[in-house]
Design a protein around this ligand. Sequence first.
Ligand SMILES: CC(C)(COP(=O)(O)OP(=O)(O)OC[C@H]1O[C@@H](n2cnc3c(N)ncnc32)[C@H](O)[C@@H]1OP(=O)(O)O)[C@@H](O)C(=O)NCCC(=O)NCCS
Length: 205
Amino acid sequence: MKNLVIIGASGHGKVIGDIAVRNGYEEIVFLDDNESLSECAGFLVAGRGDDFIRYPDRDFVVAIGNASVRQFYQEKLEAQNYRVVTLIHPQAVIGRRVEISPGTVVMAGAVINSDARIGKGCIVNTCSSIDHDCLIGDYVHVSVGAHVAGGVSIKDRTWIGAGAVVSNGVAICDDCMIGAGAVVVRDISVQGTYVGVPAKRNGHE
Ligand SMILES: CC(C)(COP(=O)(O)OP(=O)(O)OC[C@H]1O[C@@H](n2cnc3c(N)ncnc32)[C@H](O)[C@@H]1OP(=O)(O)O)[C@@H](O)C(=O)NCCC(=O)NCCS
């Protein structure tokens, strides 16, 4: 029987629970530090995040939107040799020669095209796309309906907001927030929040 522990019992966790069921997981439990939660998507919330030690033989995925917290838990799991898995919705389209690292989740309707490389613990959210030859770092989130054109590089923990567009060949540094609906047409090398069309650092003309 396939068993999975999902750390993080939020709305995001719920979507991951669905994907897990579609990937054949039969027994699923959630862990979350919010002790008022008793269930998520119909599955038991069985304890706090650090209770993962009670499940040495299960697969794990971290379903926490905050990239640094997601990284914190995934690194803890990896350091203690727990099995962190990749989950891909059966209705996602993954091109040839795409590499996807452990802990990354790919939601329904997402498209990842040929020769793209996706790091650890990323979220490739519903109906987003990452095109050919992109290099996506660790713990990056490409939100619902965002589109990343070919040959883009996005470094660790950067969050591409809902419906944003990143133009081909652009490089974005780590720990950036690209606002919903923004269009990134030039490289971003300074950490910060960028919004608008074309995207500019928030508060900076
Ligand atoms: C960019 C973002 C992080 C800014 O959040 P914030 O720091 O709380 O900023 P505020 O809401 O206080 O807004 C600050 C200013 O930026 C503007 N702004 C905020 N988000 C914007 C956006 N996406 N595009 C254009 N302008 C935006 C606000 O209108 C406001 O302008 P004002 O000072 O002239 O009134 C947030 O608005 C956003 O886009 N988040 C993405 C959410 C998302 O994509 N979720 C997907 C989940 S899958």
